[in-house]
Design a protein around this ligand. Sequence first.
Ligand code: ASC
Length: 126
Amino acid sequence: QFAKPEDAIHYRQSALTVMATHFGRIGAIVKGERPFDAATVQADAALVASMSKLPWAAFGPGTQGGKARPEVWSDNAKFVQASQRLEGDVAKLQTAAQSGDIAQIRTAFGAVGASCKNCHDSFRAR
Ligand code: ASC
């Protein structure tokens, strides 16, 4: 799937970067730093949802490196579980975005942020 481990690392970092960029744009709205616009939040949430599916296939055997801790591979079931928690929370963020209700979006945004942090705490090097 990836010719070299570096290609997998580049791919997963890129997917996570795009995801974080669009998540951050929702964050700016949730924090009141940018005006609320439902269509913009929906577009960003849809991108976050799409991107959230991509990184995990690029953490295959032999692709250790980047900021990934060895636990990604040695405790893989927990890593997979953390990625699935994120995907579930992101799906809820997308539903909230479609509702157009800023309070729902804010709550769902917080849950996604907690999922990001949950995985980073165990699996990303500091
Ligand atoms: C972000 C981002 C993350 C998460 C995390 C939440 O905007 O880039 O990695 O939120 O900081 O705790």
